[in-house]
Design a binder for this molecule. Structure first.
Ligand SMILES: O=C(O)CCC(=O)C(=O)O
Length: 248
C-alpha cells in the first residue's frame, strides 16, 4: 500500500509527524544544547495561568524565545533543508519565512500542560499559511506530556478563544484528554497548521521533555494584527521574500 505523503496528510488532518527528520545523535546533541542554554539564562516560567488551574498548580515549564540568537546550532537547524523543504511543501510555497522560535523543556514529574488552543488566536494572519514545526530532542510518549491534536479541526477556521491566563479554548468544549496524543521519538518533527486545535498534558515521567518549536509562514501571508513580534521575525529560511521592496 502506498504511504500518504506528509503534505497530503497535513492538508487532510492539519498536522503531520515526520519521523527521523534529524538523527537520534543530532537530537541528543540538540538536547544538550537546549539544557546548557537554559542553564545560562535567567530562569523564567511561561506556564499559562489556565494551565496552572487545570494541573492544580505545582507544575513548571522552562523556555527560551529566539533560541538562534543565543546558540549558532539553532541558527543552522532552522535553515536546514531537511526541515525547510518539508515546510515549503506543506505550505505550498517555495518561500519560507520565520515567525519565531522557542525552546520548551517540560521538567520531569511536573512539566506544565498547554490547554487546547489554535496558534492562530495568538498571531492571526490573512492567508492562514502559518505552521509550527516541533523538533523532538528526546522521546515524547504520552506520560511525558506529548502534544495532542484534534485531527481536521483546522478546517473549522479561527475559533473564538477565551482570555483566562493565556488565550485558549473552553476546556469544557475542548477537553485535552479527548484529543489524539502524537507520541514522538527523538529526531521526529511534528508539523502543525496554526488552525489545528492542540494542547499537551503534564509531564509525569522521570525525564524532561525537550523541544524546539519553529513557527514559519509564507512571506506573502501578512499578519492580520500587529501582535506577537519577535527578534528573528521575517528572516528567510528558504527562498526569497517577494514583498521585500514593499515592506516599510
Ligand atoms: O510543546 C507543547 O507541549 C505545546 C506547545 C504549544 O502548544 C504552543 O506553544 O502553542
Amino acid at each position: 500500500m502506498n504511504e500518504i505523503s506528509p503534505a497530503r496528510f497535513y492538508r487532510d488532518n492539519g498536522y503531520a509527524l515526520v519521523r527521523g527528520l534529524i538523527s537520534a545523535d543530532e537530537a541528543r546533541a540538540y538536547r544538550e544544547e537546549c539544557h546548557a542554554l537554559l542553564a545560562r539564562l535567567r530562569p523564567s516560567d511561561p506556564t499559562w495561568g489556565s494551565a496552572r488551574r487545570i494541573a492544580g498548580g505545582g507544575t513548571e515549564l522552562r523556555h527560551c524565545h529566539d533560541a538562534q540568537f543565543y546558540s549558532a546550532a539553532f541558527a543552522r537547524l532552522i535553515v536546514d533543508p531537511r526541515f525547510t523543504d518539508v515546510a515549503a511543501e506543506l505550505i505550498g510555497s517555495g518561500n519560507v519565512q520565520l515567525h519565531h522560535t522557542k525552546i520548551f523543556v517540560k521538567p520531569a514529574e511536573k512539566g506544565s500542560p498547554f490547554p487546547m488552543h489554535q496558534d492562530a488566536a495568538h498571531f492571526p494572519h490573512t492567508r492562514h499559511t502559518v505552521g509550527a514545526a516541533i523538533f523532538h530532542f528526546d522521546d515524547a510518549p504520552e506520560e511525558k506530556g506529548c502534544v495532542r491534536v484534534v485531527p481536521g479541526s483546522h478546517r473549522q477556521g479561527p475559533l473564538p478563544h477565551v482570555e483566562e491566563g493565556g488565550w485558549h479554548l473552553p476546556p469544557s468544549s475542548w477537553p485535552l484528554e479527548e484529543a489524539v496524543p502524537v507520541e514522538a521519538r527523538a529526531g521526529d518533527v511534528l508539523f502543525l497548521d496554526y488552525l489545528t486545535v492542540h494542547g499537551s498534558g503534564v509531564n509525569r515521567s522521570d525525564e524532561a521533555r525537550t523541544t524546539l518549536l519553529v513557527q514559519f509562514r509564507d512571506p506573502e501571508d501578512l499578519p492580520a494584527d500587529d501582535v506577537h513580534r519577535s527578534r528573528g521575525q521575517g528572516m528567510m529560511l528558504r527562498g526569497v521574500d517577494p514583498l521585500a521592496g514593499s515592506r516599510g
